[in-house]
Design a protein. Structure first.
Length: 493
C-alpha cells in the first residue's frame, strides 16, 4: 500500500515530527503550569479560609470564656442560705451592675428544684419559672461545671437565645443551685464576627451545634435554629458529628452544589465554625488563568507549526538542535533555558517565541516575588507587634518596628534573641505552646513580657505556623492588653 504523498516526503515527516515535539513541549509546560497553579491556589484559598474560620472560632471562644468567668465569680459569692431569700438574691444581683454589660437580658438564680428564685433585672414571667428540664440546668447540676444550653426561642422575649450557666456551691463544694445568664443570639457581640457584613455577597459563615443538631447563627441570620441536614446528606456535617473534623475540603452541600468549606471547632463549646464558598466563585480566577495559559499555548502551537512547515527545508539543522534541546528540557535532563537564535529568521523567530513563553513564566515568578515583597512591607509597616520565631531554637528570626518599639530593643538586637529572654514563662511552657501551634495551626495565649527597661507588660498572642523556605517558622501577632487586664481586675474588685 502506498503511503499518502504528504507522509512520503522526508521534509513533511521531519516537519510534522518537529512540530509535534515542539507542541508537546509547549502543552506539557502549559498543563504542568496550570495544574501547579490550580493546586497552589486551592491550597492558598483553603489556608486563608481556615485561618478566617479559626479567627472567628477564637473570637467566639474568648467572648464565651469572659462570660463564664464573670458568672463564676458572682456564683462563688452566693451563699447557699440566700437561695431561700429571693430579696437578698435580688439585692446581690442588683449591686453587680458591671456584669450586665455582658448579659443585657439579666441573670437568674435557680435552686436545686429547678425554680428561678430571683432574677435581675426583673422580667415578666421569669421569677418562679421552672427550669428543671432545661439541658443547661441538668448539665450544670450533674457535672458541677459551666454549661451552655441548647439554642432555643427564649419564652420571655421570643427571640433565638442561648443560656450560659455555672454552678453555685456550698462550703463542701456540693452544687446547690445554678446561676444562669440568657443571651440573645441576634445582635450579641459574641457572634458579631459572623453576622457583620462581608466584603462579598457570596459564601456563608455558620456556627453549628452537632450536639443539638442545629444551626446556631449564620451570616445573614436566615438559618438560625435551622436543623442540620440528616446524616448522609452532607459529608462535612457528618464528619463534625462523628469525629469533630477540623480543616478544609471540597464538599457537596445538601442542594448538590459544590463548595470549598473550612471547619474549626470552638473550644469549650459544642459548636463549630463553618466558612463555605461555592467553588464556582472560589476557583473562578484559577480557571480564568488556566484558560489564558491554554489559549497562549494553543496560539504558540499554531505559530510553531506554521513556521516549522514553511521553513524546515532550510532550517533542518537548526530545527534539529532546537528539537533536541526541547526534548531534554521536557524530559528533565536539563533545566529550561532560552533557545539559541540561530538558522533562518523564521527558525530564530520560533526559538524566540519559545523564549517569550519562558519570559512570561519568569514574569509570573517575579510577580510572586513582588507579592513576597508586599508581604514584607506589610510586615514591617504593621502597627501590630509582629515577629517570626524559630520553634526549634526559640530564637526571634525577625521582628517589625512595632515589636522593637514595644520591647525597647533595636531591630538588630532582636534577631537571634531567645524569646524566653522576653517571655517570663518557663521555657518548657513556652516550648509546649510552640509545639501546640505547630500541631494545631493557630494558638492564642496570654503572657507576661519583660521589656528592655525591666518593665512587665501583659500581652495576648496569636501564633500560627508559616512555611519559610525549607523550614517552618511561627508567625506571631501580639497585643498589649495590660490596660484591659487592669480594668478587668478593677471591675472584679
Amino acid at each position: 500500500m502506498s503511503r499518502p504523498r504528504l507522509l512520503s516526503s522526508l521534509k513533511s515527516r521531519i516537519a510534522l515530527f518537529a512540530t509535534a515535539l515542539f507542541v508537546a513541549a509547549i502543552w506539557g509546560m502549559a498543563f504542568r503550569s496550570a495544574d501547579k497553579l490550580r493546586n497552589d491556589e486551592r491550597q492558598l484559598l483553603s489556608d486563608q479560609q481556615f485561618a478566617a474560620a479559626s479567627f472567628i472560632a477564637d473570637s467566639i471562644d474568648a467572648a464565651i470564656r469572659v462570660r463564664i468567668d464573670a458568672l463564676s465569680t458572682l456564683a462563688e459569692a452566693i451563699r447557699p442560705e440566700w437561695l431561700d431569700d429571693p430579696r437578698r438574691l435580688r439585692d446581690y444581683l442588683s449591686e453587680r451592675q458591671a456584669i450586665y454589660r455582658l448579659f443585657a437580658k439579666g441573670l437568674c438564680v435557680i435552686g436545686k428544684d429547678g425554680r428561678c428564685r430571683a432574677d435581675y433585672p426583673a422580667m415578666p414571667g421569669r421569677a418562679g419559672s421552672a427550669h428543671g428540664n432545661d439541658d443547661f440546668f441538668r448539665a450544670a447540676m450533674a457535672s458541677g461545671r459551666p454549661a451552655i444550653g441548647r439554642p432555643h426561642i427564649d419564652p420571655t422575649w421570643q427571640q433565638p437565645a442561648i443560656v450560659i450557666a455555672v454552678p453555685i456551691r456550698d462550703a463542701h463544694g456540693d452544687t446547690v443551685g445554678v446561676l444562669a445568664g440568657p443571651l440573645p443570639i441576634a445582635g450579641s457581640d459574641i457572634f458579631h464576627v459572623v453576622t457583620r457584613p462581608r466584603a462579598t455577597a457570596s459564601g456563608n459563615i455558620l456556627v453549628v451545634s452537632p450536639r443539638d443538631g442545629l444551626v446556631v447563627v449564620d451570616t445573614d441570620s436566615a438559618r438560625q435554629l435551622e436543623p442540620l441536614p440528616a446524616r448522609g446528606e452532607n459529608r462535612l456535617y457528618d464528619l463534625t458529628r462523628s469525629s469533630g473534623f477540623e480543616g478544609s475540603d471540597v464538599v457537596m452541600d445538601s442542594d448538590g452544589n459544590e463548595e470549598l468549606a473550612s471547619v474549626k471547632g470552638i473550644p469549650g463549646t459544642p459548636w463549630f465554625v463553618i466558612d463555605s464558598l461555592p467553588t464556582a466563585q472560589a476557583f473562578a480566577p484559577i480557571r480564568a488563568m488556566a484558560n489564558d495559559i491554554y489559549r497562549d499555548a494553543a496560539l504558540l502551537s499554531l505559530i510553531v507549526a506554521a513556521l516549522v512547515w514553511l521553513f524546515v527545508r532550510r532550517e533542518l539543522a537548526a530545527l534539529g538542535r532546537c528539537a533536541r534541546a526541547l526534548n531534554d528540557m521536557t524530559s528533565g535532563a536539563s533545566p529550561f533555558h532560552p533557545l539559541p537564535l540561530e538558522g533562518s529568521d523564521e527558525i530564530a523567530q520560533l526559538a524566540e517565541s519559545f523564549n517569550n513563553l519562558q519570559e512570561q513564566v519568569v514574569r509570573q515568578q517575579a510577580a510572586l516575588r513582588a507579592n513576597e515583597s508586599r508581604f514584607r512591607q506589610m510586615f514591617e509597616g504593621s502597627s501590630w507587634i509582629t515577629y517570626l520565631l524559630d520553634p526549634a531554637t526559640r530564637q526571634i528570626v525577625d521582628a517589625n518596628r512595632a515589636a522593637a518599639e514595644f520591647w525597647g530593643y533595636a531591630p538588630a538586637e532582636l534577631r537571634g534573641k531567645d524569646i524566653c529572654d522576653i517571655n517570663t514563662a518557663p521555657p518548657e511552657e513556652v516550648g509546649a505552646s510552640h509545639r501546640h501551634a505547630l500541631a494545631n495551626e493557630t494558638t492564642q495565649r496570654e503572657w507576661h513580657h519583660r521589656l528592655k527597661n525591666g518593665g512587665i507588660r501583659d500581652v495576648e498572642t496569636f501564633i500560627c505556623p508559616l512555611l519559610h523556605g525549607n523550614r517552618t517558622l511561627l508567625y506571631v501577632i501580639a497585643f498589649d492588653i495590660t490596660e484591659r487586664k487592669q480594668r478587668e481586675e478593677q471591675e472584679t474588685v
